[in-house]
Design a protein around this ligand. Structure first.
Ligand SMILES: C[S@@+](CC[C@H](N)C(=O)[O-])C[C@H]1O[C@@H](n2cnc3c(N)ncnc32)[C@H](O)[C@@H]1O
Length: 383
């Protein structure tokens, strides 16, 4: 099977490494996706173990179409009865980059018509569409005249891990948090701290990484489970196998937040992952926090403060820079924010800047190594 693993913009390389680690198959790298060939085992493993994938798709059929009628016929000629039955629901979404088709919704509609007409012809009745929680999600991708009909084996996106039962106002996407930890080069031997932890996405992802815990181990639904050829024994074998590889490490992971309710949320989410987890949590103002170790990796996702006056916001980021310089020397700081203006006021020279999106919000991840005696620039940094 041709398998497409989708991810966030800029995550292609780290996803390719992860996919190779999970499957031992070297992927081809695409735009916001990587491609491999594999079987059911590959699909189940990726769904269970990928921290960076948005979802895992399988190519069902491909054909050429440069008008409506060809688009319809190509989908009509594929045997949908092998994929699902009239008693199940389905949805179609489309991604269209083609001079032949202007409206992606219209493309979805045509494919839906082809599927429904085929079932009607063969069975005298048809399956229903459910846009909210369908049993089967299909995707049509049209690039010029090339049409690909894809099946979403994940169902819900894979960042829905199932552990985050309490969130804050600006929770980070779990996959994005896992990717940022990868970019930081953090390994479980190094102390990690998130002093503005919110609902604790970094802490939770770091705990699972350190313990080699599959990110979706708590999830009980995946799209592939609704397929006619779902192999329950294989799925249980893969899951048990992965559980056996969870290690006994006790990583040094800390989190704090100025709001006690956020600390409560993080503790709750950590408990969902692992009862008696080793992470140390406290309610504390970052500006009063002392560094707990010399060589911490410090992950900071400050508030975007859209509602706060600009000057106050600049002051806040300036204070973060001063605090980092005076209190955190010897550590490696990674800061993620959507406040691109505020970032300039940190006033410490970044070693790396990486553009990424948290949902629709354009953000920057910057890395500031806090060498002893590092200078705080008088002028703000250009973004
Ligand atoms: C953007 S949210 C972090 C979201 C988090 N990464 C998550 O996944 O849920 C920013 C957090 O910074 C916290 N915060 C703001 N000022 C702080 C301060 N001075 N000290 C510690 N935490 C602070 C807020 O309470 C909020 O929870």
């Amino acid at each position: 099977m041709n398998i497409i693993i989708r991810t966030f913009e800029g995550f292609e390389e780290i996803l390719a490494e992860e996919v190779f680690h999970i499957t031992e198959i070297k992927p081809e790298i695409g735009k916001r996706a990587v491609y491999i060939k594999g079987d059911l085992r590959t699909i189940y493993n990726l769904n269970l173990r990928s921290r960076l994938a948005l979802d895992v798709l399988v190519e069902l059929h491909k054909y050429k179409a440069s008008n409506e009628s060809e688009l319809y016929k190509g989908a009509y000629n594929f045997d949908w009865g092998n994929e699902f039955s009239i008693h199940e629901t389905f949805s179609i979404s489309s991604i269209v980059h083609s001079p032949f088709f202007n409206h992606s919704k219209y493309v979805s509609l045509k494919i839906k018509d082809a599927i429904v007409d085929q079932f009607n012809k063969n069975n005298g009745t048809r399956p229903n569409v459910d846009r909210v929680a369908p049993d089967h999600k299909f995707i049509v991708r049209v690039t010029n005249d090339q049409v690909n009909l894809l099946w979403n084996t994940s169902g819900d996106p894979l960042f829905k891990r199932g552990y985050r039962t309490i969130t804050g106002v600006a929770p980070l996407n779990e996959g994005l948090a896992a990717g940022i930890l990868k970019f930081s080069g953090w390994s479980s031997e190094t102390p990690l701290i998130d002093p503005m932890c919110g609902s604790g996405t970094f802490i939770c992802e770091a705990l699972m990484m350190a313990k080699n815990m599959p990110p979706s181990i708590k999830r009980d639904r995946f799209g592939f489970m609704n397929h006619k050829e779902y192999d329950h024994h294989l799925w249980i074998e893969i899951k048990e196998n992965a559980k056996e590889k969870i290690n006994e490490k006790i990583p040094n992971i800390r989190g704090s937040d100025i709001m006690s309710k956020m600390v409560f949320a993080t503790k709750n989410n950590l408990d969902n992952i692992l009862k008696n987890h080793p992470c140390k949590m406290e309610t504390k103002d970052f500006f009063k926090l002392k560094k707990p170790a010399e060589n911490n990796i410090l992950i900071l996702n400050p508030p975007y403060n859209i509602r706060i006056a600009k000057e106050k916001n600049h002051e806040f980021y300036n204070d973060i820079g001063t605090q980092l310089k005076h209190e955190w020397s010897g550590c490696d700081a990674w800061i993620l924010t959507g406040d691109l203006e505020g970032l300039k006021y940190i006033g410490l020279r970044p070693r790396r800047k990486i553009k990424m999106f948290n949902g629709p919000i354009e953000t920057r991840l910057i890395n500031i190594p806090l060498y002893k005696g590092s200078k705080k620039a008088k002028k703000s940094q250009k973004n």
